[in-house]
Ligand binder design. Sequence first.
Ligand SMILES: Cc1cc2nc3c(=O)[nH]c(=O)nc-3n(C[C@H](O)[C@H](O)[C@H](O)COP(=O)(O)OP(=O)(O)OC[C@H]3O[C@@H](n4cnc5c(N)ncnc54)[C@H](O)[C@@H]3O)c2cc1C
Length: 561
Amino acid sequence: MTVGNARTPSAPDGTILDAIIIGAGFAGLYMLHRLRQSGLRAHVLEAAPDVGGTWYWNRYPGARCDVESVAYCYSFSPEITAEWNWSERFATQPEILDYIRFAADRLDLRRDIRLNTRVTAAHYDEGANLWRVTTDQGRTVTARFCIAATGCLSASRLPDIPGIDRFKGQVIQSANWPGQPVDFKDKRVGIIGTGSTGIQIIPVVAAQAGHTFVFQRTPAYSVPARNALLSDHYRAAVKDHFPELTRQLRAGLIHGNSDLRIPGEEPLPPPLTAAQMTTEEQQAELERRWQRGGAWFMFTFADQVFDKHANEIAAEFIRTKIRQIVRDRTVAEKLCPTSYAIGAKRICVDTDYYATYNRPTVTLLDHGTDPIIEVTETGIRTGKGDVDLDIIIFATGFDAMTGALLSMDIRGRDGLSLKQKWESGPRTYLGLGMAGFPNLFTITGPGSPSVFSNVVISIEQHVEWIGDCLDHLRQRCLAGIEPTEAAEEEWVRHVGEVANATLIPTAKSWYVGANIPGKPNVFMIYVGGVGAYRDICDKVAADGYRGFALLPADTNREAVA
Ligand SMILES: Cc1cc2nc3c(=O)[nH]c(=O)nc-3n(C[C@H](O)[C@H](O)[C@H](O)COP(=O)(O)OP(=O)(O)OC[C@H]3O[C@@H](n4cnc5c(N)ncnc54)[C@H](O)[C@@H]3O)c2cc1C
């Protein structure tokens, strides 16, 4: 296995590539493979010292996927599917990282990946119809197409709490976890953040630490994972049914009626609206999904994300569970989310999260009663007093969807910067491209289903759409492609309209950018379903890339090689 720059990309500097891909996570790796299949010369530039993306950076204890492993993986390669065996229902970070490394090696991708290389700028040179991409190594790489596979949850953030630099103990960010194991034994550990990441870390750290202090701003809705080892029989059966499983995943059936139909599992019935069920039936269905474990709980009722009343029934079910599990009444109430609808923030999937608060060595400090004032040399000062700590863990999330893109100086036609274009919030056509930025693609960009889906499946859809699009341009000797302003305007309107028919944009969440001070609060995800979205994208392509301007090859512009 090659780590670091032991092998360097094959094309020397100065060569004009067909495509530069930024990022070597699930998205960048498959994009490279897909472009090679079309005979295109592409290179990947990656800031990290290894491939893996999310799963390279998020090495915190307890890190796992919350979509089943057998579904949270590539579906395009029969060889990878045949040769890889998942060990658990929800794989750990080390296992997912091993899988991604395995895929990179199996597809011989590393020779075209430059690691330890952060892209700082990407400028469109209109005269030459080329993207000039600059890195922190002081190099400029040139290509016809630029593809941002920079991830929707890759720009981690520290909160603006005064004094963080003053702390004399160890500060750890969950999304940049140290390479060496951290010893929590007998330590006083503070964990800030109770989103998906915090909820995974807290039980693991609390089982080891001398005392764990959890600093909570807003409680999350969390459902049990019911993680388990996978048997050989189960794995073999999944492989036998993989084409059908893939068809269902790609059609978006994994959300909605959740009828994954993995052998051995009883398929869940298509959900009814809450009003179509008696109170007893509602509770029985909620209980069944709670016992089954996993995020499908979010879709117990067909109208759960649309109707406040249906949503409240599911929310109250979780609050009742919290009150049953957590023995201290006051702590239980603090853990009960009441200020937003279930699903309006990403639902969490946990192992023993609520039960962890029954440990005498765990203290919950809620923002309502113990707001964080500052970090001191010795710990954290809250409204009620000082908490002495040896280690502070920040599990404070990401500048989601736009953070990684906007941290690069991206400029399109006439020097228009992406920052300027997105001043009032992100605007894209299909989450795939932007008017004013020819030949620039974003994989799982804002305006696509991205984080409201099994992201690997959404990545595959984007990669294949982009690959087919470049084939289309090449076959017709076209110089490029760019969304029209009108199509982009209409898509932004449609994304908002679909979202506003649901309860999903109603919380102050990272879905709308509310976790980042000064970020325009705009809902950034297409929530109409991955099946519907795929149909729209396919139709756009079948209609000759409707909504895109296709740039003719002219004397100033070379056609795609
Ligand atoms: C802890 C955690 C758990 C998750 N669990 C799930 C799950 O269970 N199910 C699910 O569907 N999704 C999950 N996600 C979402 C996850 O991000 C996606 O599933 C998927 O891994 C994204 O792959 P990607 O290749 O698009 O981006 P990433 O994996 O984020 O990779 C992007 C890469 O781009 C690199 N990069 C960014 N900017 C630059 C730059 N300027 N120059 C060079 N390189 C750059 C980054 O270093 C990174 O390696 C999770 C996310 C996190 C953080």
